[in-house]
Design a protein around this ligand. Structure first.
Ligand code: ZN
Ligand code: ZN
Length: 676
């Protein structure tokens, strides 16, 4: 909405200003994560827990993990059935989101049609906002009982001032997340929710195209983003979704999910835009400020095994202030409160790497890791589309950022106060994508892979990456299919590497360091790869640490053993043609690595990050299309990337304490057939 000012043709400034004001007041922009310890934790130690039982019954970890393949999808798409998308002028419903994901063209708020450049997606979740779900559909039906409400009569009536007043009231209550009761009646919400379920079930093609039932829970206290997408494993769901109008406390969502799981099968929630949460998403305390205890940590980990690292409204992997020694941290930063972009969002508690470190510390304190998070990416597109392709970025929501002019606008002349908001659209990115290693393209297989965190996130390109950790991988094993040694003698990303899994003969507590095998392939339609890194975080004597290691460089160069950096950085692309540098990267990596700084007393996590060579950002493509100078408020280029879920290691002492019911991430034997 807001951003598109210059892009909306034929609209007078006055009208535009009014519309913008309305949208801004609305906050419609809204918008807009377990456990290694934690995660595993979850899966492993859930007391007769739903999760553990379900996973076991399903045999979610087949012995032949090597047969798994990569599937790419978007678990976060909105359409006109989301209140904010509707108010931003989106007029295509959820059916179009499935069409777009399958590679068909669909109408776009710019008036044109949009279509993926790359191949169809393998899976999708349409996740409409639960807040006021069904309202616009009900109000559009002249025979719906909602139309008897005076407020709705005014909104749909002929008096323009009354219409505006009524709309403002509805919109403000949406923005405040305080429901007007009639607008959330069963008769309003349930038909649309049932429609979403029917549609998702109808569009599901087991084996070729997976659709998940889901919705978004979207609390914004003081503009701070606590949003989650809720995904169901099966084909049924409760009568109503749970919204922030029911409760703005995510702990209540987890209670609701724990109940829903008993009747409808497994369900999980994926936090997003932690970057806009002002520290609330991965806080050191419970929602009410009281200390985290084991039960809280366990419930969170059970319900939130992965978190969204990349999406349009900025990345949530890490921030330069949190990771000053990570030269790649300053990537697609959007550190503003999501619905109040005029206000900053503090980095601490707002990024996944920081949360992974906090998780180790909290586990040390209370015995469970609430933040053993796997990595997922998705778009949060609101135009019933998934605009993750840099060359083909078509905006996030509605008319405002539907055109290149709108996306590159600096401010709205009629209302300079909107500048931060306007600039937001320019800083939004064409991202991200979910990568899942699963046996087959089905709800059950993909869902179970997400639950066990056998996932990775990309900033858009279909980079494939897989990581294994073990105690005795040999360098030569990187030359073959790494899944073979990986599954037979190690653990795949998302798991805990246990010391007890060390091969017979090795001293249980010898300091010999863990070894890793990482394989990555470029997206054949995108640029080559520049390097592979391991991001390590560890917790020792109450202190948290992190370090980024380059472990493989393009052109067979070796990282410097002291700085752990590749000798060169790839050259920039040609900014006029956007052609990437020739010969700067490689198509694939397969690499062995041993932690050169291993401390057996420290609890640690490790994840892999793969970087492409530099390419043009969407804003550069847009400026070139318009024949304009490049926008100076954003980088002209970026290094697209993929990050895997971590593998966790517990300290010697913690592990010696054993798999106590309340202690750390131990895996059920059925979860880890590949280790002891
Ligand atoms: Zn959201
Ligand atoms: Zn969303």
């Amino acid at each position: 909405m807001v951003t598109g000012v210059t892009g909306v043709t034929g609209t007078t400034l006055a009208t535009m200003s009014a519309v913008l004001g309305l949208l801004f007041a609305t906050g419609c922009r809204e918008e807009g994560p377990s456990p290694l310890a934690a995660a595993e934790i979850v899966a492993d130690e859930a007391p007769l827990g739903v999760v553990g039982e379900l996973a076991e019954a399903k045999g979610s970890v087949p012995s032949d993990g090597g047969a798994r393949q990569v599937f790419f999808g978007d678990l976060h798409v909105h359409s006109s059935w989301s209140f904010d998308a509707f108010s931003a002028g989106v007029d295509v419903g959820p059916a179009y989101a499935y069409r777009y994901a399958r590679g068909e063209s669909i109408p776009h708020p710019s008036g044109g049609e949009i279509q993926l450049l790359g191949p169809p997606l393998d899976f999708i979740a349409v996740t409409e906002h639960a807040e006021y779900l069904g309202l616009t559909n009900a109000a559009a039906n002249p025979n719906h009982p909602l139309r008897a409400q005076p407020l709705i009569q005014a909104w749909k009536g002929n008096d323009p001032r009354a219409r505006r007043r009524a709309w403002n009231r509805i919109d403000q209550s949406y923005s405040d997340r305080i429901a007007l009761p009639a607008l959330v009646a069963d008769s309003v919400m349930m038909p649309t929710w049932r429609g979403l379920i029917r549609l998702a079930n109808r569009e599901y093609r087991p084996g070729s195209f997976t659709t998940f039932l889901g919705f978004e829970y979207s609390p914004n206290p003081d503009g701070q983003n606590l949003h989650r997408n809720v995904l169901f494993r099966g084909d049924r769901a409760p009568d109503r979704p749970f919204s922030s109008m029911d409760s703005a406390n995510p702990e209540d969502l987890w209670d609701w999910m724990d109940d829903a799981r008993k009747d409808f099968g497994d369900v999980l929630a994926i936090p997003h835009n932690a970057n806009g949460s002002n520290g609330l998403m991965f806080a050191e305390t419970r929602h009410d400020g009281t200390p985290i205890d084991a039960a809280w940590a366990e419930q969170r980990a059970r319900n939130e095994p992965v978190a969204e690292a990349f999406q349009i409204k900025g990345q949530s992997e890490t921030h330069p202030m949190l990771s000053p020694d990570d030269e790649w941290a300053g990537f697609e930063i959007f550190d503003r409160r999501t619905t109040r972009p005029g206000l900053s969002s503090q980095p601490e508690g707002s990024y996944i790497r920081d949360a992974l470190k906090r998780g180790l510390s909290i586990e040390d304190r209370v015995g469970h890791n609430p933040y053993a998070l796997g990595m997922i990416g998705s778009t949060d597109g609101h135009n019933a589309s998934s605009p993750f392709e840099e060359r083909n970025y078509t905006g996030k929501i509605g008319r405002s950022d539907a055109t290149p002019e709108g996306r590159l606008a600096w401010i709205v002349p009629a209302n300079p106060n909107l500048e931060p908001f306007i600039a937001a659209a320019t800083r939004w990115g064409a991202a991200g994508l979910a990568g899942v290693w699963a046996e087959e393209n089905s709800r059950e297989s993909l869902f179970d892979a997400i639950r066990r965190r056998e996932t990775f996130a990309t900033s858009g390109p279909r980079i494939r990456v897989r990581m294994f950790a073990g105690w005795d991988f040999e360098p030569a094993e990187a030359d073959g299919e790494i899944a073979q040694p990986g599954f037979s003698r190690g653990v795949v990303m998302g798991r805990v590497l246990r010391r007890s899994a060390r091969p017979a003969g090795s001293a249980a507590e010898s300091p010999e360091a863990p070894t890793f095998l990482v394989a990555a392939q470029r997206d054949p339609l995108e640029a080559e790869l520049e390097r592979v890194q391991i991001v390590k975080g560890w917790h020792m004597d109450g202190e948290m640490h992190e370090r980024v290691f380059d472990i493989a460089c393009a052109q067979d160069a070796a990282p410097n053993p002291k700085t752990h950096r590749c000798p060169e950085r790839a050259a920039e692309p040609n900014l006029e043609t956007c052609k990437p540098a020739e010969g700067a990267g490689v198509s694939e990596f397969s690499v062995w690595w041993r932690d050169p700084e291993f401390d057996p007393d420290a609890a640690a996590f490790y994840y892999a990050r793969v970087l492409q060579i530099p390419t043009c950002r969407w804003s550069t493509y847009d400026a070139n299309r318009l024949g304009q100078p490049l926008h100076t408020g954003v980088p002209a280029t970026l290094q697209e990337r993929a990050v895997t879920s971590p593998v966790w290691l517990r300290g010697v002492e913690a592990e010696r304490a054993g798999p106590r019911a309340t202690r750390g991430p131990t895996l059920r034997s059925t979860e880890l057939p590949q280790t002891n």
